[in-house]
Design a protein around this ligand. Structure first.
Ligand code: GDP
Length: 532
């Protein structure tokens, strides 16, 4: 059992792809599945994206807008590895779900459009990965088109994101017409043969030593010389490769390719699987929990409601941290103190759900939620207690005041808002001295507001009056005895309390935050709750 457990852990790679919309995440995911043999003809993930309306048990709002509101999980095998890709919503209006997904991975692939470089959302997601210290692997995409030079992109990553980059391979050819990649560690050239199929099939390639004169002939003397010059420069002036720094999130291995044509996809996948860490230990109240500890443990990182409107079910997604999961096992739910029998665990390939029999650390399992799970909850083997570290509170950036249109529906309104806040769909605040007629809602992305409105209407029968507010920053207040009424310079800000009655100030921008900070030197303004 222990040997089995260790073997299963060692072959697992659980990661997310982080990128700005349109960088090619759907395309790359599809190609990884293609190489893993999970789909035979690339195009099916994309087809699903386009044909969302055909999927009957998906949230209405996703169908209407053709976007993924909540993240799903893809599992497949490649060369003996068991791969779990946690999909993060790719739409511009992402939500806290996107961030929380990053709590459940062991590494991340940062996808960058070669022409656009480091974009806004990549920066935000990168920051969360960096804070958690997760290893980040970079894939520069769309190399089949004109883009920035490889050196320029390296410099941009280092300057804008503050992480050092180590190119594992290097594109061969001229901008817009690359023919292959050079593998720095093996000093090998791999040339790809574009077969005109637009990457529907695995791309054929030839591999050999950089010194093989046959290559000089194919790619031409000048290009061969330019490649040798680039490599000499990288070897001399660039970083040295250090896997320990990669695993600490200080150095990002960088790869070049094109998800659309499959150029560079296989070399990336194989190196990534070799270098990326298997499931890592997680911190808990009982110290670090090693994945090969035989005691089962897991935490809830996402709750998704109403995948099937007919059943009104909620699914709680757990990430297994240690031990073996078997269908029907009884586990202890630490926060409620209840023992639960897990009878209908689900696993996912895109949106097809299937019942699973067993799972190991690194795997994601969907559980039917009888209404007791919250984000961050710990599940452990019966007879044990430990709790994993609290999830960070992600500071909301958008705010709105909501209230029930029909005042007779106040009870359902309060219940609905409270439950959705518990589920982690939005953050809820109350204006100082206000009752329960209205709430101030905080969200990371606009889409969360739409989901809130939609769900209150369909699940609780409450239509909302919705008033966007001009604030962009929330700060939790900390001081000895604050008399909130005496805070100075607050005319353009608002004071509220969070769900646990802690005082919070909302500001329109950094400037107004600084102004208030300067006028209240005894108060500390924290970006997260003081005891979070
Ligand atoms: P996502 O929003 O990040 O999931 O991006 P998609 O995978 O949907 O891709 C966005 C657009 O970029 C689509 O039109 C893709 O066909 C295109 N695309 C993706 N990868 C490549 C690539 O390697 N080369 C080129 N030229 N286009 C690509």
């Amino acid at each position: 059992m222990t040997i089995d457990l260790t073997k299963e852990i060692q072959r697992r790679r659980t990661f997310a792809i982080i990128s700005h919309p349109d960088a090619g995440k759907t395309t790359l995911t599809e190609k990884l599945l293609l190489y893993g043999g999970a789909i035979h003809l690339a195009g099916s993930v994309k087809a699903r994206k386009a044909q969302r309306h055909a999927v009957s048990d998906w949230m209405e709002i996703e169908k209407q807008r053709g976007i993924s509101v909540t993240s799903s999980v893809l599992q497949f095998d490649y060369n003996g590895y068991r791969i779990n890709i946690l999909d993060t919503p790719g739409h511009e209006d992402f939500s806290e779900d996107t961030y929380r997904t990053l709590m459940a991975v062991d590494s991340a692939v940062m996808l960058i459009d070669a022409a656009k470089g480091v974009e806004a959302q990549t920066k935000k997601l990168f920051k969360v990965c960096k804070q958690r210290g997760i290893p980040i692997f970079t894939f520069v995409n769309k190399l089949d088109r004109h883009g920035k030079s490889a050196f320029e992109l390296m410099e941009e990553i280092e300057k804008v994101l503050g992480i050092q980059a180590y190119p594992m391979n290097w594109p061969i050819g001229v901008d817009g017409n690359y023919q292959g990649v050079y593998n720095r560690q093996l000093a090998q050239i791999e040339l790809f043969q574009n077969d005109g199929s637009h990457g529907q099939w695995v791309m054929p390639s030839v591999i050999g030593s950089v010194d093989d004169p046959a290559f000089t002939e194919i790619i031409g003397k000048d290009i061969h010389q330019a490649l040798c010059d680039d490599i000499a420069l990288l070897d001399m002036a660039g970083e040295t490769f250090d896997i320990k720094r990669v695993l600490r999130g200080e150095l990002t291995p960088m790869f070049f390719g094109s998800a659309m044509t499959n150029f560079g996809v296989r070399p990336f996948l194989e190196e990534f699987l070799r270098l990326a860490p298997p499931p890592t230990p997680r911190l808990s109240t009982a110290g670090p929990v090693e994945p090969d500890n035989e005691l089962f443990s897991a935490f809830v990182f996402k709750i998704q409601a109403n995948m099937n409107p007919a059943h009104r079910d909620r699914l709680a997604f757990i990430r297994i941290c240690s031990g073996k999961f078997t269908r029907g096992m009884s586990v202890y739910h630490v926060r409620s103190g209840k023992t639960l029998k897990l009878t209908q665990p689900q696993q996912f390939l895109a949106q097809d759900r299937s019942i699973i029999e067993e799972a190991y650390p690194g795997d994601i399992v969907g559980l039917f939620d009888p209404g007791i799970f919250s984000i961050g909850d710990t599940l452990v083997a019966e007879g044990h207690t430990l709790a994993f570290e609290d999830f960070p509170v992600f500071p909301p950036e958008r705010f709105a005041r909501v209230q029930a249109k029909d005042t007779m529906k106040r009870k359902q309104f309060v219940k609905g808002v409270t439950q959705l806040a518990q589920e982690g769909a939005v953050q809820v605040f109350r204006q100082l001295d206000a009752g329960f007629e209205s709430f101030i809602i905080g969200a990371v992305g606009q889409l969360q507001f739409e989901v809130l409105q939609y769900r209150l209407k369909h699940e609780y029968g409450v239509e909302l009056m919705f008033q966007p507010l001009p604030y962009e920053l929330a700060r939790w207040l900390e001081a000895e005895d604050i008399d909130l009424k005496t805070l100075r310079g607050m005319d353009r800000s608002m004071l509220v309390r969070d769900g646990r009655e802690r005082p919070v100030a909302l500001f329109t921008n950094e400037w107004s935050l600084r102004f208030v900070e300067e006028h209240n030197p005894k108060v500390r303004f924290l970006p997260a709750p003081p005891d979070a």
